[in-house]
Design a protein around this ligand. Structure first.
Ligand code: GLC
Length: 467
């Protein structure tokens, strides 16, 4: 390459990069935007890269409600006042808590990040907050339960996410609203007169500051949640903008969910959080696909629920992970440890099954996303795609008899193999009807010649190396 040509080429790339940057910056400066969110779209993409590639995380719901063992909303459902609820505070002593074991279980299941409830709606804090006495250090547990988990996660190479409840049924200045355990008391109006949400707003900021300054780098923040409208709470109650501004200042790299009641802004959230719900397709706004993470339970309850039997099967959970990735999303799968600090056996079994599947098949999950539209989804299958390695993954939910018909795939791939053992799958096209076959495939169709017996994995995956 000649010298002038080379210089011209460099100059052109710089020009191109700066004009792209300009477009980006303009795009993010929508009219609803305050002055402080200064990030361009490509910077946001970069910030979220690890999260997009990770695809799979663990949610952990653990607090005083684990002792009641009948749903984390037990205080609300049974309308317990603070005094009645205090029995759980006085007994809470997770003597079998082993944060290193928790972190290892997450890693072995193939999860790349963990989001833990630092405080749920009950208001109880797992860390030694200096702004409340309602915390683990004051229970019989007698110690900070959050820090050792954060350390254990980092040691396993797992990213750290904090769930923090905006709602707080213990705080004396949190006004009694339609979700509050005291909502049916006779004197709600007069009780509320003594409560000052401005003071609670400060408490939110003080606690978030502790969480984001005393535990090193925090990768994800899950605020929960807003319910604006009659007798509810939303952005003005939390001072959502002020809170988010503080978060961005303290941890510029952090990824924040969408429950601050700022959903209609372009700057008030990083990703959407469909809960116990599988979207029909990749969620979008004005035709543009958006980042999303679905949070799901094993059994319906988030906190440990002794008497719940609606547990999903291992296959269902693996299929859920695949389906989420096939629509460009992340799965945050919840565990509700017991009051003694253990994962239930049913949870362990499922995590182990997912881990066994992931060990052989994680190439179809990490770094993967929705397949390009030119690849039709065969019957009973889910597709994912790695845009960097240019490989397409066909997850076969129900193993067919010998032939997997791929419509219009001819010329689109050069090699096919089972992912679990790397064994070749032969393929053919232009099939003519013969004495033993009835059908002619379309001109551009391909038949994969599968073994009769399904491979010994929960959901077999076929890897196509694309042209
Ligand atoms: C909810 C519930 C809650 C749970 C959470 C998980 O909004 O209030 O109990 O922690 O969703 O996303």
């Amino acid at each position: 390459m000649g010298k002038t040509h080379f210089i011209r080429k460099i100059a052109f790339s710089i020009l191109l990069a700066s004009s792209l940057h300009h477009v980006d910056a303009q795009e993010s400066r929508s009219p609803d935007s305050p002055a402080w969110p200064r990030e361009t779209e490509s910077q946001k993409n970069q910030r979220m890269e690890w999260w997009r590639d990770a695809r799979f995380g663990m949610f952990i719901h653990w607090g005083l409600y684990s002792a009641a063992a009948r749903h984390e909303w037990v205080q609300n459902r049974e309308k317990m006042n603070g005094e009645e609820y205090r029995k759980y505070f006085e007994i809470f002593n997770p003597d079998l808590y082993d944060p290193i074991a928790w972190a290892k279980k997450a890693r072995q299941a193939g999860m790349k990040y963990v989001v833990i409830t630092t405080k749920h709606h009950e208001g109880f804090c797992l860390w030694d907050s200096k702004y409340t006495e309602f915390k683990a250090t004051k229970t019989p547990a007698g110690k900070d339960l959050l820090k050792p988990l954060v350390n254990a996660l980092r040691a396993e190479g797992i990213k750290v996410g904090f769930y923090y409840s905006l709602i707080d049924w213990n705080h004396p200045h949190f006004t009694i609203d339609r979700n509050h355990p005291l909502r049916e008391e006779k004197n709600v109006a007069s009780l509320n007169q003594q409560r000052d949400m401005k003071k609670y707003q400060q408490y939110l900021k003080d606690q978030v500051t502790e969480l984001l300054t005393q535990f090193g780098k925090i990768d994800e923040l899950f605020f929960d949640y807003s319910y604006p409208g009659v007798n509810g709470k939303g952005r003005d109650d939390w001072d959502s903008e002020g809170l988010l501004k503080l978060v961005r200042k303290l941890q510029p790299g952090i990824i924040v969910n969408d429950r601050l009641d700022l959903s209609e802004t372009s700057w008030g959230w990083d990703y959407k959080t469909p809960e116990q719900f599988m979207p029909a397709s990749w969620p979008s706004i004005s035709g543009k696909n958006i980042p999303w993470e679905t949070c799901q339970t094993f059994s319906g309850s988030w906190g440990y629920n002794r008497d719940e039997y609606s547990w999903k099967s291992e296959k269902q959970l693996i299929a859920m992970l695949i389906e989420t990735v096939s629509k460009g999303g992340n799965l945050l799968l919840n565990v509700g440890p017991t009051a003694r600090g253990l994962f239930e056996e049913k949870a362990d079994e499922r995590l182990t099954a997912i881990g066994n599947w992931m060990k052989l098949n994680n190439r179809s999950i990490y770094g993967c996303t929705q397949a390009p539209a030119i690849f039709a989804k065969p019957d009973n299958c889910l597709l994912t795609y790695n845009p960097v390695t240019k490989r397409l993954y066909i997850h076969v939910l129900s193993w067919p008899f010998k032939s997997l018909h791929l419509k219009d795939y001819k010329g689109k791939f050069k090699y096919a193999q089972l992912l679990n053992d790397g064994s070749e799958i032969k393929f053919k096209s232009d099939i003519k009807p013969g004495s033993h076959t009835t059908e002619t495939t379309g001109e551009n169709d391909v038949i994969l010649e599968l073994p009769v017996r399904s491979p010994e994995v929960e959901i077999p995956v076929i890897e196509l190396i694309l042209n």
